[in-house]
Structure formats: structure tokens, C-alpha cells
Design a protein around this ligand. Structure first.
Ligand SMILES: Cc1ncc(COP(=O)(O)O)c(C=O)c1O
Length: 392
């Protein structure tokens, strides 16, 4: 559903606690009902034919989905929000909503790998031309414009290599050719960066990560600015997209504590990242919140916080076997894809085939960490065990 953009004077944590809830509409219960439904009944044929009733069929929404969409609308300052069954599903509906056959799409070279896969398979098959750009291109993106450039897909920072992007500069360039700008903002979440305030047209969240926050559901969200909302709503409906009410409920529940969790993720991640910078085994930590990170100035200018996800590179000469020994010695950190839950996770960064416009980073093997909500001293002890195994 659509809701007008609201800029409440209340603080973020207050709004997260109250957005999208109307206890008085549900007999005073704090949370909205979890509506399991398909059919909606009409009182008479007149109402059915004229459609003068709020809900018609559950695929197009119900009080549970409305509650999460309304809350996100407020949080993102959006013209409207649509839910998707996963983060990747949110990316695909957002791209399909603004592209047609013959259009040209520009995608950051640092994009989440399945986003690239979507572009290289389905979008190309539908006749969409795709080019990739250096994530640090900034205003220089205009040099890549073609007469048919219709959309620019950004993601900041990149989810494996953590380059920041100059979103306002890209938006300003896009405006000169009336192209849509999309942003995968899963890392910062709308708590730490509100893309629509910076002129982005479609702000995407893998809600699976920090919104749900407990590694127990898949979810995607797309928040649209005024230029993009009509197309998003139409495409979402045409594709028959729907999210199961129990997963929407888990999204709503996670949303209430998202800022508190993110603050802790950031505090611990900063401590661990700075500690890793001092380790002799580590050549570089990739985390824009660190003062000497290449993207730090952009991060400081545009973002108000950082999440718990970053990567570090071992010093040159470290073998892949040693990096594996490091990972296998971890016991608190799980080896698992995804992130944004309460638990710490680690993966080896594998970039083969994931770059085409910029060179692969050189140096030792890289590890991506998600710093969870455990005690930071325990997180460091676990990493110490990894370093001990690395040294053999
Ligand atoms: C940056 C980013 N965007 C999107 C996604 C996709 O989310 P989902 O796994 O919910 O499809 C992920 C998942 O890892 C991600 O890291």
C-alpha cells in the first residue's frame, strides 16, 4: 500500500517502536494480527463490483503486510513500499519495474553476485543492455551514459569489497538524463542511511538481514520515491508477488529492535576491526567506518552509522590453505552465508567471475566477518584461535 512520506520529529528508536501499529484497530492488542488468508468476502455484489472495500484478495495485501509496509514507508520517507520474498526478489522487482527491452542498465562492479547473475541472465534475455562501472566512479558515471541509459544500480558499500559510492553525485548525473537510481542499502539499513532523501528512486533492503535480525526468515523490501512508486506497484502486482504472513510478522518483530541491535553491531565491529588492523597477519581491513578506509570520507559525509559487516585481507604470501585453517578453527563464528542476525559469521571472500569493470583486488586471501551480538571479548578470543591455526 501507499502512504505519504512522513518526517516525524520523533527519534528513530521511538519511531521504530511505534511505526505501522494501530492497537485501537485491533481491540488494543499491541501488535497487528497475523492474517492467514486468501479469500476476502464482500457484503454484497455492489461492493464487490465497485471495489469499494479496503481489501479484495490477500495476494494484494492484508492488515499484516500493510503494517510492515506502513512502518517502512515512514522509516524510509517513501511514497510507497512493497514487500518481496527475499532480498534478491526485491532487487529483481525493482529492476523490472523501471526497465524495458532496449534499455541500458549501469550496475556497480561491486554488486552482490546474484544481482550480477540476474543481469547477465534474465535481464539480458529480455533485451536489456548491461554495463558495469567502477564503484568509485562518482560524477564520472556520465561518461558511461548512452542515449538509452534508463537505470543505475548502486550498492554501498559493496558487500564483499566494501567500496563506498558517491550516491549524491550519481543521482545528480542520473537526473540529467532522467534515469532511475536504485540502491541496495542492506548494509546501512534506513537507520544509518536513507537513500530516498538523497534522490535515489528505489531503496532496496534484504530484510533477511537486519530487519528480521534473527536468521529465521527471508524477506525483501523496496521503498519507492514519487517518480518510481507507480511502476513499482504495477510490476509487483503484475508479477503476483506475496510474502507469507508469518514471515511478515518476523519482519515486524525484528524492526522494533533494529536500531538497538545495529548500535551494538557497530560498537563491536569497530572494536574488532580496529583490533584486526593491529594484527601482524592482517594487511588491510575493509570497513568504511575506520578512519583510514578509502571510503571513510563518503561514509562520514552521508551515513550516520555502520553495521556489523566488514572484510579483512591477510598479508601477501598467506596461502589459501592457511586462510582455511583460520576459518576452520573458529567455533563461535559460524561458517555461513547471509548476515544481519544476532550471531557472528565468517566466509572466505571469493571474487572470481564477480568483476568485469575493475581489477580483482591483489594481495592475500580475504575473509568477510559479520560481528554478532556476542560479548566482544569472546569474539576476539575466537579470532585468536583462528590466527593460531593460521600460523600452524
Ligand atoms: C548486499 C546484499 N543484497 C541482497 C542480498 C540478498 O538477500 P536474500 O538472501 O534475502 O535474497 C544479500 C544476501 O546476502 C546481500 O548481501
Amino acid at each position: 500500500m501507499s502512504a505519504s512520506a512522513k518526517n516525524s520529529p520523533q527519534g528513530l528508536s521511538t519511531r521504530l517502536a511505534h511505526a505501522g501499529r494501530s492497537p485501537e484497530a485491533h481491540d488494543g492488542f499491541v501488535n497487528p494480527p497475523v492474517v492467514h488468508a486468501s479469500t476476502v468476502l464482500f457484503p454484497d455484489t455492489e461492493t464487490m463490483i465497485t471495489g469499494k472495500q479496503k481489501y479484495h484478495y490477500a495476494r494484494r495485501g492484508n492488515p499484516t503486510t500493510d503494517s510492515l509496509e506502513d512502518a517502512l514507508c515512514e522509516l524510509e520517507g517513501a511514497a510507497g513500499v512493497k514487500l518481496a520474498s527475499s532480498g534478491l526478489n526485491a532487487i529483481s522487482v525493482a529492476l523490472l519495474s523501471c526497465l524495458s527491452a532496449g534499455d541500458h542498465l549501469l550496475v556497480t562492479d561491486s554488486a552482490y553476485a546474484p544481482t550480477r547473475h540476474l543481469c547477465e541472465t534474465t535481464l539480458r534475455r529480455l533485451g536489456i543492455e548491461v554495463d558495469y562501472f567502477d564503484p568509485t566512479v562518482g560524477a564520472g558515471i556520465s561518461a558511461l551514459f548512452r542515449p538509452n541509459t534508463r537505470a543505475i544500480m548502486t550498492e554501498a558499500p559493496g558487500s564483499l569489497t566494501f567500496e563506498m559510492q558517491d550516491i549524491p553525485a550519481i543521482v545528480a548525473a542520473a537526473r540529467t538524463i532522467d534515469a532511475f537510481v536504485l540502491m541496495d542499502n542492506t548494509w546501512a539499513t534506513p537507520c544509518f542511511f536513507r537513500p530516498l532523501d538523497h534522490g535515489v528512486d528505489l531503496s532496496i533492503q534484504a530484510g533477511t538481514k537486519y530487519i528480521v535480525g534473527h536468521s529465521d526468515a527471508m524477506l525483501g523490501t523496496v521503498a519507492a520515491g514519487p517518480r518510481a512508486w507507480e511502476r513499482l506497484e504495477e510490476t509487483h502486482g503484475a508479477l503476483g508477488m506475496h510474502v507469507a504472513p508469518d514471515d511478515v510478522f518476523l519482519g515486524l518483530r525484528g524492526l522494533r529492535t533494529m536500531k538497538v541491535r545495529l548500535d551494538r553491531h557497530m560498537e563491536s565491529a569497530l572494536t574488532v576491526a580496529s583490533w584486526l588492523q593491529q594484527r601482524p597477519e592482517v594487511a588491510r581491513v575493509r570497513y568504511p567506518a575506520l578512519a583510514d578506509d578509502l571510503g571513510h570520507e563518503l561514509w562520514r559525509r552521508d551515513f550516520t552509522g555502520a553495521s556489523g559487516l566488514f572484510a579483512f585481507d591477510f598479508v601477501e604470501g598467506t596461502s589459501d590453505e592457511a586462510a582455511r585453517a583460520f576459518l576452520d578453527a573458529l567455533s563461535l563464528f559460524g561458517l555461513g552465508y547471509s548476515w544481519g542476525g544476532f550471531e557472528s559469521l565468517a566466509i572466505p571472500v571469493r571474487l572470481k567471475g564477480a568483476r568485469s569493470a575493475t581489477p580483482l583486488p591483489e594481495g592475500g586471501p580475504s575473509i568477510r566477518l559479520h560481528i554478532g551480538l556476542e560479548d566482544v571479548a569472546d569474539i576476539q578470543t575466537d579470532l585468536e584461535a583462528g590466527f593460531a591455526a593460521l600460523r600452524g
